[in-house]
Design a binder for this molecule. Structure first.
Ligand code: MSP
Length: 484
C-alpha cells in the first residue's frame, strides 16, 4: 500500500487532549509531533483546505480539580493557566493545529451537553446507583482484576484507589457489543494491528453498564448533566466529544472525511469502545482509524513528576532547536512498544544524523555549487528524479501506515546517495566545465528534492535549505546544525 493508493478527499487528524492537572512533558509531546508530521504531509498531498488538525486540553474531572486545590488556586484560573502553558509547550514544537480546543470552551460545553441529552432521550442512558472502585489518575472506574497485588492501579501506583458509592447516570454499554465487534474487525480501525486483539479480548469479557456522570457534591468541576443540577458529565464522556465539537462546524465530521485519532496505549479502550458507542447511538460517523502508540520512558523510567525526571519540550527546544527535537522523536516512529530515550542518545543522534548527515552534506554541496559560479535552472525537481508527483513519490509510501521512521530512513538514503555521488565523481578534480555542471546539477537537484520532502518533518530546516537552493544561484550559509 502507498500513502496515495487510498488518497482520501479530506482528513481529520487529532491527538488526545491532555489533562490540565499539570503541564505536559516530552512524553505527551511525542504524540503531537507525530500527528503534526502526518497533518503537514496531508496538507501537501490534499491541499491545506482538506486537512483539519485538532489538539488541546481536557480540563474537567477530579484530578484537575484536586490539583487546583493543592495549588490553592480557583479551579477555573488553574486550568486556564495550565492550558495556556501547554499551548506554549506545543507551540514551541511548531505544531500546526487548526484548533487548540479546551473542554471549558463554550461551544464544547454545549456540544457535550447535547450528546448527553440525546443519549438520555434515546434510552441508552439511565439513572442508577454505583458501588465500586475509581482511579483518579486514569479518571476511570476499575474492577479488582485491574488492580495490582497491593490493590493499586498499575498505571498510578502513587495514588490511592477510591471506593465510591454514588448515584450516577449509566450508559447501557453492553447494548453496543455486536456493533463494536464488527467495528473492531474493520480493516485499519485499530492500528497497529496487534492492538486490535487486546480490545477484542476486552470486549469478550463482557461490557458492564458504565457510569457516565458523577455527583456534583463529589466532583464539582464538570459540565452539568442536562436537566439534573446535582450531577456532572463523566470526564471521559465529556472529553471524547471534543473531536466532534472542533471538527463538525469546520465540515470535517462528514462521510467523505477520513478521521484519524492518535492516542497512547493507555486510552485506546475509550477511543475504540466508548467513543464509537456514543457515536453509533446518535447515528453519527465513526472514526476511520485509532492509531495507538506506546510510551516514551526516560533513562529506563516512566516520566513522572513524582520521580522528578520530567523534561519539558520548551527546554529541549531551547537547547537543541525545534527541528532536532522533532527529528529525534520522529526517528523513533510510531512506537508500538515503549521506547527508552536519554539525553546522551539524543546528542548522539543529533551529531550523527543532523550535524554530520544532513547539515554536512547540504553545506558541502552548497559550497561547491557557490564556488562553481554556475546558475542552476529551477525546474520541477520531483520529475527530474523520476517521480511523477513530489508528494506521491516512493519515499512517502510508509506514511500510509504512519511510519514516519521508515519515511525518514528513505529520505536519509537519498541524502547518502547524494553524498556518495560527490565522492565518486570528485567535482573538485573535474576540469571539463560541461561535466562539472552535470555533476553539480545532480547534487543540487537532489538537495532541492530532499529539502522539499523534509517539510512535514523539519519545517524550519526545510525552509532554510529551500531558501539556499531553490534559486538559480545556490549560496552557503551558517551550519544548519552545529556539532555538539
Ligand atoms: N485527557 C485524556 C485524553 C482525553 S482524549 C479525548 C488523557 N490525558 S493525558 O494527559 O493523561 O495523556 C494525553 C496523551 O499523552 C495520551 O494519549 C497519553 O497516552 C499520552 N502520553 C502521556 N504520557 C506519555 C508518555 N510518557 N509517552 C507517550 N505518550 C504519553 O489521557
Amino acid at each position: 500500500m502507498t500513502a496515495t493508493s487510498h488518497k482520501p478527499q479530506k482528513i481529520l487528524i487529532t491527538t488526545a487532549i491532555d489533562y490540565a492537572n499539570s503541564v505536559i512533558h516530552v512524553g505527551h509531546a511525542y504524540e503531537k509531533i507525530l500527528a503534526d508530521c502526518i497533518a503537514r504531509y496531508y496538507r501537501k498531498l490534499l491541499g491545506e483546505e482538506n486537512v483539519f488538525f485538532v489538539t488541546g486540553t481536557d480540563e474537567h474531572g477530579t484530578s484537575t480539580y484536586k490539583a487546583a486545590q493543592k495549588a490553592g488556586e480557583p479551579v477555573e484560573e488553574y486550568t486556564k493557566r495550565i492550558s495556556q502553558e501547554d499551548k506554549k509547550q506545543i507551540d514551541s514544537l511548531n505544531i500546526s493545529y487548526n484548533r487548540f480546543i479546551c473542554t471549558t470552551n463554550k461551544d464544547h460545553k454545549q456540544t457535550a451537553s447535547e450528546f448527553f441529552e440525546k443519549a438520555l432521550k434515546s434510552g441508552a442512558i439511565y439513572k442508577g446507583k454505583y458501588e465500586g472502585l475509581y482511579c483518579e489518575g486514569c479518571e476511570a472506574y476499575k474492577t479488582l482484576t485491574e488492580l495490582d497485588e497491593n490493590g493499586k492501579c498499575p498505571l498510578h501506583v502513587s495514588r490511592e484507589i477510591q471506593k465510591v458509592e454514588e448515584e450516577n447516570y449509566f450508559l447501557k454499554w453492553a447494548n453496543f457489543t455486536e456493533d463494536l465487534k464488527k467495528l473492531l474487525e474493520t480493516e485499519n480501525f485499530i492500528l497497529p494491528e496487534t492492538k486490535r486483539n487486546e480490545m477484542l479480548g476486552f470486549l469478550a469479557q463482557g461490557l458492564q453498564d458504565l457510569p457516565v456522570s458523577r455527583p456534583k457534591y463529589k466532583v464539582p468541576w464538570g459540565i452539568p448533566v442536562p436537566g439534573d443540577e446535582e450531577q456532572v458529565i463523566y470526564v471521559w464522556y465529556d472529553a471524547l466529544v471534543n473531536y466532534y465539537t472542533a471538527a463538525k462546524p469546520a465540515g470535517f465530521w462528514e462521510e467523505e472525511v477520513k478521521i484519524v485519532h492518535f492516542v497512547g496505549k493507555d486510552i485506546l479502550r475509550w477511543h475504540s469502545l466508548l467513543w464509537p458507542a456514543m457515536l453509533i447511538n446518535l447515528g453519527l460517523k465513526i472514526p476511520s482509524t485509532i492509531y495507538t502508540h506506546g510510551f516514551v520512558n526516560l533513562d529506563g523510567q516512566k516520566i513522572s513528576k513524582s520521580l522528578g525526571n520530567v523534561i519539558y519540550p520548551i527546554d529541549l527546544v531551547e537547547k537543541y532547536g525545534v527541528d532536532a527535537v522533532r527529528y529525534y522523536f520522529l526517528k523513533h516512529g510510531p512506537i508500538t512498544e515503549d521506547v527508552d530515550i536519554s539525553l546522551a542518545h539524543f546528542e548522539e543522534v543529533y551529531n550523527a544524523d543532523l550535524a554530520n548527515g544532513l547539515g554536512n552534506t547540504v553545506a558541502r554541496i552548497a559550497k561547491m555549487a557557490e564556488n562553481s559560479g554556475i546558475r542552476f535552472e529551477v525546474k520541477n525537481w520531483g520529475e527530474i528524479l523520476g517521480e511523477e508527483k513530489l508528494w506521491e513519490g516512493k519515499w512517502s509510501s510508509p506514511l500510509a501506515e504512519y511510519r514516519v521512521d521508515l519515511t525518514l530512513q528513505k529520505i536519509w538514503e537519498l541524502l547518502s546517495q547524494a553524498d556518495k555521488h560527490i565522492n565518486t565523481h570528485e567535482p573538485w578534480a573535474e576540469k571539463d566545465p560541461n561535466k562539472l555542471r552535470e555533476i553539480l546539477e545532480y547534487e543540487v537537484n537532489s538537495i532541492r528534492y530532499i529539502a522539499q520532502v523534509l517539510e512535514p518533518f523539519l519545517p524550519d530546516t526545510s525552509a532554510k535549505i529551500q531558501e539556499q537552493f531553490l534559486k538559480e544561484t545556490v549560496r552557503t550559509t551558517n551550519p544548519l546544525f552545529v556539532r555538539l
